[in-house]
Ligand binder design. Structure first.
Ligand code: P53
Length: 492
């Protein structure tokens, strides 16, 4: 029985290329899906694209009244050495970021990769290693080249599998000595909810050109999901072939699994289970290697069974993920007849009377540390696989006091409460690989596209209107997290 954090526990933080790098047109990079969004939830169904009657294609068309903060973000592209030094100062032994696919294949369908993009990540990953951090690399964090959506319809099209595998083979081969821990698709269980970004899908023959996403049918979405499952399995296979000593996992947004029945009314209990299954589906397929029993009725009743080619199920069966990486921010409740959404942009639906809503309006969400222990336990019961918490954190509107200090007390409390429950989960028998705090330096919010909603231990001077010096300043939580890591989680 293990009590306390294991010796080889991975301590660190996580970001995504599109939320921190900026330099969105530098180094030969192409436009990707998130470049034409202000925020994923805020603008999810209205990307900044316009239909061109002549070419019969969508093209980027930025709204002059909006600020696309991700285009410059916090300039990690040029300042990563300074930022990684700061992270090393807290004792990080792991750091998660993503490769922006459009830096490697700007349009996604080229045969030859962009050397400048490859070189950037060579330098970045080498710097992480030099500082003693294990690179944990997400292959796709909402960064699909836009051209693959506008030209092919993205994952609604089977051709995506080959474009994806060319990209994956390129980066596995290039970074095989530097990167030994890979994540496939970030929060892929958001594909249905956020089809443009998380699903990288677009209707290329729209009936209404002003609604490029809402035209997607449920059938197209399940077909896209199937292509993603095949691609995921083939990625796992390639990883084992090219980097035999690497580990590869799936990545899911699992606040959703912690959707408690609102009451003991069987309608609430059964409804909560059905809701959770929308999210379990992804790990059931990617980790157990087969479609679960409950999917067949869903396919039949919604007439949305995907075309499954000969050999697909075998590939999926033979190449399960080795661990489950996930994000966890909050919990939710399922009440029969009440719509719900657990989201970092602000929780909707029935409220849990036992939990307090934290973080400022409009992003309030119910903080639920014990929900994380619950989640680790249900995942362990269901899969018996190692778990990797690769996102957890709190977005606050941090303001400097009169001395220019950021005293982010609630962030420290939030971390302490969650780490205490992780410790309990380890004691319960869960195999937990590590804890990566989300946004260890301030970055652009994925959900709402703001800078104002900050997660960092390091403040970065950039504002919602795009102004700011980009100066980096440690907050109080910086010293706290440093102490936690130095004590291997004993001193919370
Ligand atoms: P922010 C919702 C929408 C988009 C991304 O979220 C999300 C979620 C939560 O399920 O998930 C992750 O920035 C995501 C990160 C993101 C983080 O949540 O909206 O993987 O990219 O930044 C926090 O506050």
């Amino acid at each position: 029985m293990t009590t306390g954090f294991p010796k080889n526990f991975m301590w660190g933080g996580a970001v995504a290329a599109n939320q921190c790098e900026g330099a969105y047109l530098e180094g030969g990079k192409g436009i990707n899906a998130t470049d034409v969004l202000v925020g994923i939830i805020a603008e999810g169904t209205h990307p900044s694209i316009k239909w061109n009657e002549e070419t019969k294609r969508y093209e980027p068309c930025y709204n002059p009244d909006k600020v696309y903060l991700s285009h410059d973000a916090v300039d990690f592209y040029h300042r990563y050495k300074e930022d990684l030094e700061l992270m090393a100062g807290m004792g990080f032994n792991a750091f998660r970021t993503s490769i922006s696919w459009a830096r490697i294949f700007p349009n996604g369908d080229e045969v030859e990769p962009n050397e400048e993009g490859l070189k950037f990540y060579d330098d970045l990953f080498s710097e992480m290693r030099r500082l003693g951090m294990e690179p944990v690399i997400t292959l796709s964090h909402y960064e699909t080249p836009l051209h693959l959506l506008t030209e092919y319809g993205g994952w609604a099209n089977e051709k995506m599998i080959d474009f994806w595998l060319r990209y994956v083979e390129t980066v596995f081969t290039r970074y095989k000595d530097l990167v030994k821990c890979w994540l496939t698709f970030n929060e892929i269980n958001n594909l249905f909810r956020i089809p443009f970004a998380a699903g990288a899908m677009l209707d290329i023959n729209p009936s209404d050109v002003n609604e490029p996403i809402s035209g997607l049918t449920i059938k197209q979405k399940y077909q896209g999901a199937h292509y993603v499952f095949v691609a995921n399995a083939k990625t796992v296979e390639l990883c084992h072939k090219i980097i035999p000593d690497a580990q590869i996992g799936c990545m899911l947004s699992l606040s959703h699994i912690v959707s408690y029945p609102y009451s003991c009314n069987p309608e609430d209990v059964f409804g909560a289970m059905q809701f959770q299954r929308n999210h379990y589906l992804w790990s059931d397929v990617m980790c157990r290697g087969e479609y679960p029993a409950y999917i067949h009725r869903i396919w039949e009743e919604n007439n949305c069974k995907p075309i499954i080619k000969e050999g697909d199920l075998e590939v999926i069966k033979n190449n399960p993920c080795q661990f489950i990486a996930f994000s966890y921010y909050m919990s939710a409740v399922f009440k029969d007849g009440v719509g719900m959404a657990a989201g970092t942009g602000g929780a909707k639906g029935a409220k849990n009377p036992y939990l307090t809503m934290y973080s400022p309006e409009p992003w309030t969400w119910p903080v639920d540390p014990k929900g994380l222990r619950y989640l680790c336990n249900v995942l362990t019961d269901r899969y018996r696989l190692p778990l990797f918490i690769v996102e957890n954190g709190i977005g606050l509107d941090d303001q400097a006091n009169e001395n220019g200090e950021y005293i982010d007390t609630f962030r420290m409390e939030y971390i302490k409460m969650h780490l205490s429950e992780i410790k309990e989960a380890i004691h319960d028998g869960c195999d937990i690989m590590g804890y990566l705090y989300w946004g260890p330096f301030d970055i652009v919010s994925a959900g709402t596209g703001e800078m104002k909603k900050r997660y960092g231990f390091v403040h970065i001077d950039r504002n919602n209107d795009g102004t700011g010096t980009l100066k980096r300043t440690k907050k109080k939580s910086y010293e706290y997290y440093k102490k936690v890591i130095a004590s291997n989680g004993e001193d919370l």
